[in-house]
Design a binder for this molecule. Structure first.
Ligand code: KIV
Ligand code: ZN
Length: 390
């Protein structure tokens, strides 16, 4: 029985939208925010209000429109940013300011030309300033993945004392291995005074394809919020994919975690985000790719037709897909042909099926996929009627 709720923090409209080519206008951002709320997302990161007047207006409009989810605005550890975020969130029912600063040696030396102590001071000052506007303040330690754990613990202890309610531990560059990231979260749980009063959040990038694994390692070690995006979009190789972490928790109920996500909306919302952003979903993408429930080799098709679970661990309906797809290719076998023929209205005899299969293979070797129309033609020829009557 899953007992521990994991908060889903969606950053499609901030980390996702900052990707080249993914920009949305305010109307599209509101449309997606409302769908995210219906999906059951706990926190919607609506944008980075100081980044442009357009983004400010979009965050403001989302703050007004969203009723139940927390609406969050990003800022740097800079007073003007925080003030702008607070203004944009003024009408939110449940506002959150997300502020923070880089804590890794690279960020401290090269980005800020600063030193470790000064970074702690700036972090604390930012959290205290944000607390003047809202109760709910999330602090991010940018590049926490490459930050020394002892120093990270000192930064976090200071911001918890300053009033931070959520601690975000980003693996900004997607560098960490899952055991390393998990151990980092565990270290913080065990070494930061006051950490039990706040929520620890994961924010993993996918540069080495480990964002999902790292997020799961994070919650297994004490994090209770996952930051993620629809379709895994986000800077460079992207962020943790919402649909993946949600379905991992659901399929592996023995982990003991649950979310409030309505999984039947996962495919529709994936299509919506992809359409509005003009960002296609790779066909082999887990859960939401066009091939996620498609079977094309004869061995797999035969297995799925006999018993779906032979090759599927998720019921497609559970994630908003009508049914599994049997795709006819040169690797398909007789049982797939019989199955598809039946779907389009033909009950083939064994002899007919043998002849249809022979003709099918000739066509299939020339094409990537044999469609229903082609199958009609083939069956028509075998039955000696041109296109066959169904
Ligand atoms: O990847 C990152 O570190 C971020 C922070 C701004 C939260 O997106
Ligand atoms: Zn990020």
């Amino acid at each position: 029985m899953a007992e521990t709720k994991i908060f889903i923090f969606d950053t499609t409209l901030r980390d996702g939208e900052q990707v080249p080519g993914c920009k949305l206008d305010a109307k599209q951002k509101i449309e997606i925010a409302l769908e995210l709320e219906r999906l059951g997302v706990d926190i919607i990161e609506a944008g980075f209000p100081i980044s442009s007047p357009g983004d400010f207006r979009a965050v403001e409009a989302i703050a007004k429109a969203v009723k139940t989810s927390v609406v969050c605005g990003l800022s740097r550890a800079v007073e003007a940013d925080i003030q702008r975020a607070a203004e944009a969130l003024k009408h939110a029912k449940r506002p959150r300011i997300h502020t923070g600063i880089g804590t890794s040696p690279t960020h401290i030396q090269h980005k800020f030309r600063s030193n470790a102590e000064e970074i702690i001071e700036r972090a604390v000052k930012a959290v205290k300033f944000a607390k003047k506007f809202v109760e709910d303040v999330e602090f991010y330690a940018e590049d926490a993945g490459r930050t020394d754990n002892e120093y990270l613990a000192r930064v976090l202890e200071a911001v918890v004392a300053a009033g931070a309610t959520v601690l975000n531990i980003p693996d900004t560059t997607g560098y960490c291995m899952p055991d390393e990231y998990g151990a980092k979260i565990r270290y913080l749980v065990e070494n930061v005074k006051g950490i039990h009063k706040v929520v620890i959040s994961t924010h993993c990038h996918n540069d080495l394809g480990m964002a999902t694994a790292n997020s799961i390692a994070g919650i297994q070690n004490g994090a209770r919020q996952i930051e993620c995006t629809i379709n895994g979009i986000g800077e460079r190789a992207g962020n943790t994919a919402l649909e993946e972490v949600v379905m991992i928790m659901r399929q592996h109920s023995s982990l003991g975690f649950y979310t409030d996500i309505n999984t039947r909306m996962l495919n529709p919302i994936s299509a919506l985000v992809s359409d509005r952003m003009g960002m296609p979903v790779q066909p082999n993408k887990a859960i939401v790719g066009a091939n996620a429930f498609a079977h094309s080799s004869g061995i797999h098709q035969d297995g799925v037709i006999k018993h779906r679970e032979t090759y599927e661990i998720i019921d497609p309906e559970e994630v908003g897909v009508d049914h599994s797809k049997i795709v006819l290719t040169a690797r398909s076998g007789r049982s797939a042909i019989a199955y598809r023929a039946k779907n389009i209205g033909y009950d083939l005899t064994k002899d007919e099926l043998d002849r249809v299969y022979e003709l099918f293979l000739e066509i299939a070797d020339l094409r990537k996929e044999v469609k229903d129309d082609d199958l009609h033609e083939i069956i028509g020829q075998v039955r000696g009627k041109g296109r066959a009557a169904v």
